[in-house]
Design a protein around this ligand. Structure first.
Ligand code: GLU
Length: 418
């Protein structure tokens, strides 16, 4: 995947500086907004299947808790580094503020490629990492969730590891759990559902008919694949190209979700799906489509390639897919960017619903979850849109203005201790 050298943490801080000035924040408060409150690095051993012991490095960064407990996912990826996790933690703070759920922001990660590990190795790594970070997580403190290369299976292991140490079940320690152990209905698709709701609202504003509209998706993990399903099923849009970490496929007549996902489940990749031509992870971003959905990793749209984007809008299922330069170019070229901290906030929104259901031991129906998610994303979309119009800024800056203002206000109302 095309990742340039841009440092996402430095980019995030630059963005907050710009917004801090626009909001007239006291410089010291802007500094508080930029910097993580707490960072934990853990180096821990895992017994591998061949009998050897391997040391893994993991992180948990807690950015801000002014508005509530820390919240954010855990990713397993060979490219994880501390600055990436810092940026991702801060983005969680802004995301939870944009959709106005009572959380702060955090993120965790382990430098590992789980695609080269056995299930047993992944489980032992997950349980040991959970134990190492157990000193700072908990239902009232910091609640992890899935992110890149993690899902319900890993959340179940973390919930079990923490519960074993406590001596009783602690479902509220993580979200994104399987339904059988307190997971919420609608959580697996929530990020994609929120993304599609944001695209729907943007389409209404810009006069784009989503029925028959063409879509290209970069990334076919949880977010990208469910986005395909929902935009096809609920709006009749035509997804013409999708990619994953191994490559991609294109068919101008459209790709059917049911068929592509069946192929991916069988072969481990979308690549080689019958009746398609290959497309790379770089090319997929530059296709002549109405809607582009980057749903993979950071920094895939840069100063180098953003000028070649032909989509009318880009809905960010991924966190941080654009560099600052890419943002400027896309805005100048009239490509409407639906920023990550709004467009992919559906995941953490339903995580919040899951946590609430866990805390009062009462499960909602799927319709209830989806309707409440729709309300949250639609409201946030219009707040960001109105902010963008009022201040004549792009959607990302508007989302940051809304979020940083909310977090700064909470910080100032609480005051500075001691
Ligand atoms: N990892 C997801 C995100 O980046 C979800 C986080 C959560 O549910 O806490 O938004």
């Amino acid at each position: 995947m095309a990742c340039d050298k841009a440092n996402p943490f430095e980019n995030m801080k630059k963005q907050v500086d710009v917004v801090g000035k626009k909001l007239g924040l006291e410089p010291g408060v802007t500094e508080v907004m930029k910097n993580p409150k707490r960072e934990l690095t853990v180096n821990f051993p895992v017994r591998m299947d061949d009998g050897s012991v391997r040391i893994f490095t993991g992180y948990r960064v807690q950015h801000n808790e002014s508005r509530g407990p820390f919240k954010g996912g855990i990713r397993y990826h060979q490219q994880v580094d501390i600055d990436e996790v810092r940026a991702l933690a801060a983005w969680m703070t802004w995301k939870t503020a944009v959709v106005d759920v009572p959380y702060g922001g955090a993120k965790g990660g382990i430098i590992a490629n789980p695609k080269t590990m056995s299930v047993g190795e992944i489980e032992r790594m997950t349980r040991r990492y959970a134990t190492e970070i157990s000193i700072i997580i908990g239902p009232e403190k910091d609640i992890p969730a899935p992110d890149v290369n993690t899902g319900g299976r890993e959340m179940a292991w973390i919930m079990d590891t923490i519960s074993m140490a406590k001596g009783f079940a602690v479902p509220g320690v993580v979200t994104g759990k399987p339904r059988e152990i307190g997971g919420s209905l609608g959580r697996p698709e929530a990020t994609s559902r929120g993304l599609v709701f944001a695209v729907r609202e943007a389409a209404k504003k810009t006069g784009l008919d989503l029925k028959g509209a063409t879509v290209a998706i970069q990334g076919y993990g949880n977010v990208g694949s469910f986005a395909h399903k929902l935009i096809e099923r609920d709006f009749g849009s035509k997804v013409i190209a999708v990619t994953d970490s191994k490559g991609g496929i294109i068919n101008e007549n459209g790709l059917k979700y049911d068929e592509v996902i069946a192929h991916k489940k069988k072969t481990g990749s979308v690549v080689g799906f019958p009746g398609t031509k290959p497309v790379t992870n770089e090319e997929v971003l530059e296709l002549e489509v109405d809607v582009l959905l980057p749903c993979a990793l950071e920094n895939v749209l840069t100063g180098e390639n953003a000028g070649r984007v032909k989509a009318k809008m880009s809905g960010e299922g991924a966190n941080g897919p654009n560099t600052l330069e890419a943002d400027e170019i896309l805005h100048k070229n009239g490509v409407l960017v639906l920023p990550d901290i709004l467009a992919n906030a559906g995941g953490v929104t339903v995580s919040y619903f899951e946590w609430v259901q866990n805390l009062y031991n009462y499960a909602w129906t799927e319709d209830e979850v989806n309707a409440r998610l729709d309300q949250k994303i639609t409201k946030a979309f219009h707040e960001v849109w109105d902010m963008a119009e009022k201040h004549k800024v792009n959607m990302r800056e508007a989302a940051y203005m809304l979020a940083v203002d909310r977090v700064a206000k909470a910080t100032q109302i609480r005051g500075f201790y001691p």
